[in-house]
Design a protein around this ligand. Structure first.
Ligand code: ACO
Length: 335
């Protein structure tokens, strides 16, 4: 059985925050941020706007492009590390989209690798489980989890959502070829947003009993990152992973029309392209406008490139995500 990508969409918040804007709240400047990262602007959610609102907008656009009725969606995979609800946000998105055909909807948590994991999961559900129309949404609002006084992290991230519709098809039309997925929890210390230490150290609420519960409510610390380690990790594992996925797909580097990586840092995109000997005009990059939007970055960049006519029907894309966990993975797909 085959599966192919038949629609995409994306959404970003209205508020744009430039490097100059950031230099008013932390000790930084446009030159430092642009040279080290390639980022110039990012979009940030404000007021009552939520990640799920962006996710719904992106998914609606993907369904419209695919000309698929919401009632025909049988699976909604929301790739996010910043759900609006600790129990998961996918069912709320399913309801807001009006998917009433008794679908399954759940969250996948894998930070910046989330979308690639979602894409591969969609193909597995279609090939093994008889699902026909799978919405894969990558959406994150890391602005809510970064310390806006920490210039080492707050300059990097933005909020966004992107979505694709993956559809069952005949095997000759298959558009999801080889993939390669990994995780390494040993590297968690380099990038995390964990439950605050002092809330798991045995200091319980005022009505705690001798049994040691109930505990106090928990909250998460801001994003903690060792940028240099994450940078080195990405430049090392991503080219290897793409080579493995290509081999599984029975393809070579020359089969790649577009390199579409998680949009973390222009220097990472350039480093990976150099190692794979892919010319820079074959590398999709939009991080100057949006920063690192975590699980949203790949479908956001895909949607822009498809709608602008850059990526054309039938072209082969090597895509890869990498980030917290640590997690990483790649997939060779056809648009
Ligand atoms: N403005 C000005 N100066 C700064 C800033 C800033 N925003 N941030 C740090 N500096 C300073 C540092 O204090 C340091 O000063 P010093 O030399 O006097 O000590 C100097 O600049 C160099 O800092 P480094 O941290 O060594 O800079 P580096 O070149 O490593 O760049 C960066 C930092 C951009 C974060 C880079 O390491 C990076 O992009 N890493 C990868 C991050 C990433 O891609 N994460 C993806 C996963 S995200 C996820 O999964 C959620």
């Amino acid at each position: 059985k085959g599966c192919k990508l038949v629609g995409c969409g994306s959404a970003v918040p209205t508020l744009q925050v430039s490097n100059d804007d950031l230099s008013k709240i932390v000790d930084t400047n446009d030159e430092w941020i642009s040279v080290r990262t390639g980022i110039r602007n990012r979009r940030v959610l404000t007021g009552k706007d939520r990640m799920t609102g962006l996710a719904v907008e992106a998914a609606e656009k993907a369904l419209e492009m695919a000309e698929v009725d919401p009632n025909d969606v049988d699976l909604v995979l929301l790739c996010t590390s910043t759900p609006d609800d600790l129990f998961g946000s996918a069912p709320q998105i399913q309801a807001a989209l009006g998917c009433k055909g008794n679908p399954l909807a759940f969250d996948i948590t894998a930070a910046c690798s989330g979308f690639v994991l979602g894409l591969v999961s969609a193909s597995c559900y279609i090939r093994a489980g008889g699902f026909k129309n799978v919405l894969v949404i990558g959406a994150d609002a890391l602005s809510r989890y970064v310390d806006w006084t920490d210039r080492g992290t707050c300059i990097l991230f933005g909020d966004a959502a992107g979505a694709v519709l993956v559809q069952a098809c005949e095997s000759e039309e298959d558009g999801l070829f080889g993939f390669d997925l990994h995780s390494d929890g040993e590297g968690n210390r380099h990038l995390n947003a964990s439950i605050k230490e002092n809330e798991t150290d045995g200091s319980f609420g005022s009505n705690s009993s001798a049994l040691g519960f109930p505990p106090k409510g928990s909250s998460y610390s801001f994003v903690q990152m060792n940028g240099k380690e994450v940078f080195r990790f990405a430049c090392r594992v991503v080219p290897q992973s793409i080579e493995i996925a290509l081999e599984k797909a029975g393809m070579t580097r020359s089969s790649i029309d577009w390199l579409l990586l998680h949009q973390a840092n222009q220097r990472i995109l350039d480093g990976v392209a150099t190692r794979l000997e892919i010319p820079t005009d074959r590398v999709i990059s939009n991080l100057a406008n949006y920063g690192n939007t975590s699980a949203a970055s790949i479908p956001l960049a895909l949607d822009e490139a498809v709608r602008s006519g850059k990526i054309k029907s039938g072209q082969t894309i090597a895509t890869a995500g990498f980030g917290a966990g640590l997690t990483w993975g790649s997939a060779i797909i056809r648009w």
